[in-house]
Design a protein. Sequence first.
Length: 111
Amino acid sequence: MIRAKIPIASMVKNGQEFLLSVATATNSYTRPSTIAADIGKRAIPIIETSKATLPPDTVEVCVREAEHQYIPSGDTREHITAVCFDSKGIAVTVHFEVQPPQQEQQHSQQN
């Protein structure tokens, strides 16, 4: 559960405007706000380019986990884990996949 967070930026994805924030405290950890701000800067392009969709009525996306892989599940794609809050405070976890750099995408399309 997210206990504390800092605001990072206002964003728009697929026509939905929302606040991007980053967790600074959960039941499992506490992170300095400077680290959270850095995670937020890295999260902006990841969320913008991710194919993941926001749940309806999302007003805030709070990054809970920075870039990582969840190998035990067999899914080795790198992603960030975020919690999307709607206007009623209902939370839904969403994984925003990290897109490979443009050069890697072009190379794999040529092969």
